[in-house]
Design a protein around this ligand. Structure first.
Ligand code: MCA
Ligand code: AMP
Length: 487
């Protein structure tokens, strides 16, 4: 296999690679910084990265991948329970972090290597490990992703999948080293880390990370040479809301080469508002932690609102009916589950052969759980999800079960159920239905939100709370969530 990042050794060394706020690194500087960090990873197999939206994270991940170490990116806002699970499940040998950042309990016990992007500036580029001989099947990333029940599972993503997906996107989007990407995505998920950071580095182009997403930041960067914007639908919704009052934002989007949305469905209303104000169509692509990218509207294709385009090169995609038979008609109406196969797929869920097996058919198709139809020309339209217990909020996938378990650990909660309900900004918002232990003093929303945020992560906190005398259950004792949601 070729290097994951050929531009680090072969590209224009003075081209900007990474920019975070005021700090930036050229390819030469990144090679030096990554070489220095990689030198400290000789004795380790797997590294955790405290994945703040900073230069240090980008350097840490680049270095570890070049050194052939598997990276476990950690949400720096993870609560104690979530972090404890991820660390005991993935058992990293070391944590890479920003100098001076205090790390919480379980991480503080691990050996720590601080990343200094400026260090190594004087080191010769030959200090960079040569990753060309690495096995393409070697694990590159272990990314934790929620299921309907239980704690998150670690999706093991091999080097081969990263290279394949990024090259397929380059083909679909005509993405080159000339492109300058701007985004404000978190760096502990596939979207911001693989597409948003490793993507530009593989192309030999640049990324400017906003630190945190703001429409002002998007306008500033697109008006100052950035060519592409990546975001989740919540970000595009905020762009659409801001456009009427921010003419410089409209000009910025109008001048961009490509605007890409993913991680959840971008509502047609937001598509249309952005098009009306800027003359530009947002391109949607569809992926998953386990599969990386499956489909996209192509840069030279028709950006039809409500579709996620066509399968990327190398990706096999089919729709399958309830009884397992493939949908053969592209009529825009027959709904089936999306199943995919190809070199973009993950290897396994770490330590979970049961879950890995359950997620695949006997002949190797991955069951996405997403329901879709196909238009006559092959465009895929996602129409829903198989599991009602998976909630997409702000582009984050959140399992109802893990929040219910966390709520049940609160002394004021006797019974709990969690659902998602439509939210114009977040797509869906998390709703908690709680039977209080003491009906005279039911726990308040803020208290339960803090409880969940502190144990799991802030984006998993409930935003709405209903108190009930009892949860509606069927004869089997199972909670009837549809009855909850529809009163
Ligand atoms: C609020 N906060 C709290 C609490 N309440 N902290 C502790 N305890 C609480 N009770 C904090 C939050 O941590 C945050 O802090 C701030 O208050 C605001 O939080 P919130 O309202 O939840 O979020 P937001 O800032 O409005 O975020 C919207 C967002 C975000 C920026 C769109 O949801 C986001 O970044 N989404 C991206 C998700 C993503 O990348 N998904 C990719 C996975 P602070 O202000 O410090 O931040 S999907 C994927 O990878 C697949 C492959 C794909 O297809 O892409
Ligand atoms: P995650 O597991 O966090 O990687 O999220 C993957 C899920 O996000 C997919 O299974 C889809 O349900 C959803 N998703 C990603 N991109 C899109 C999109 N463009 N439109 C609709 N849903 C999407």
């Amino acid at each position: 296999m070729s290097s994951l990042f050929p531009a680090l050794t072969d590209g224009p060394a003075d081209r900007p690679a990474l920019r975070f706020g005021e700090r930036s690194l050229t390819y030469r500087e990144l090679a030096a910084a990554a070489g220095t960090v990689a030198g400290g990873l000789k004795e380790v197999r797997r590294v955790a990265v405290w994945a703040t939206p900073t230069m240090e994270t980008a350097v840490a991940v680049t270095a570890a991948l070049l050194a052939g170490r598997a990276v476990v990116p950690l949400n720096p806002k993870s609560g104690a329970k979530e972090l404890g699970h991820i660390l005991s499940d993935s058992a990293p040998d070391l944590v890479l972090s920003t100098p001076g950042t205090p790390l919480p309990g379980p991480l503080a016990a691990l050996p720590r290597l601080d990343v200094d992007p400026a260090a190594g500036a004087a080191a010769p580029v030959s200090a960079l490990p040569d990753d060309r001989e690495r096995d393409p099947e070697d694990p590159a990333l272990i990314v934790y992703t929620s299921g309907t029940t239980g704690p998150p599972k670690g999706a093991v993503i091999p080097r081969r999948a990263i290279a394949t997906t990024l090259d397929a996107l380059a083909d679909a989007w005509q993405w080159t080293g000339e492109d300058v990407l701007v985004h404000g995505l978190p760096l502990f998920h596939v979207h911001g880390l693989v597409l948003g950071t490793l993507g530009p580095l593989r192309r030999g182009g640049s990324v400017r990370h906003l630190g945190r997403f703001t429409t002002e930041g998007v306008a500033r960067e697109l008006n100052d040479g950035a060519t592409m914007l990546f975001g989740v639908p919540t970000m595009y919704h905020r762009v659409a809301e801001a456009l009427p009052a921010e003419p410089e934002l409209a000009a910025a989007l109008a001048g961009a080469r490509l605007l890409v949305s993913g991680s959840a469905a971008l509502p047609v209303h937001d598509h249309e508002r952005i098009r009306a104000a800027t003359g530009r169509r947002v391109v949607e692509r569809y992926g998953m932690t386990e599969t990386l990218m499956n489909t996209s509207v192509r840069a030279d294709g028709e950006a039809r609102p409500g579709t996620v385009g066509v399968p990327l090169p190398g990706v096999e995609l089919r729709l399958v009916e309830e009884d397992g038979s493939p949908v053969t008609s592209y009529d825009g109406e027959t709904v089936g589950e999306i199943q995919v196969r190809g070199p973009n797929l993950f290897t396994e869920y770490l330590n979970r052969p049961d879950a890995t097996a359950a997620a695949h058919t006997a002949d190797g198709w991955f069951r996405t759980g997403d329901m879709a139809v196909r238009d006559p020309d092959g465009y895929v339209r996602i129409v829903g999800r198989k599991a009602t217990d998976l909630i997409k909020s702000g582009g984050y996938k959140i399992g109802a079960g893990e929040i219910e378990n966390a709520l049940l650990e609160h002394p004021g909660v006797r019974e709990a159920a969690v659902t998602g309900e439509p939210d114009a900004d977040l797509g869906e918002r998390i709703v908690a239905w709680v039977v209080p232990a003491d009906p005279q003093s039911p726990p308040a929303l803020d208290e339960l939100a803090d409880h969940v945020a502190g144990r799991l992560a802030p984006h998993k906190r409930p935003r709405v709370l209903h108190h009930l005398d009892a949860l509606p259950r069927n004869d089997m004792g199972k909670i009837m969530k549809r009855a909850l949601a529809h009163g």
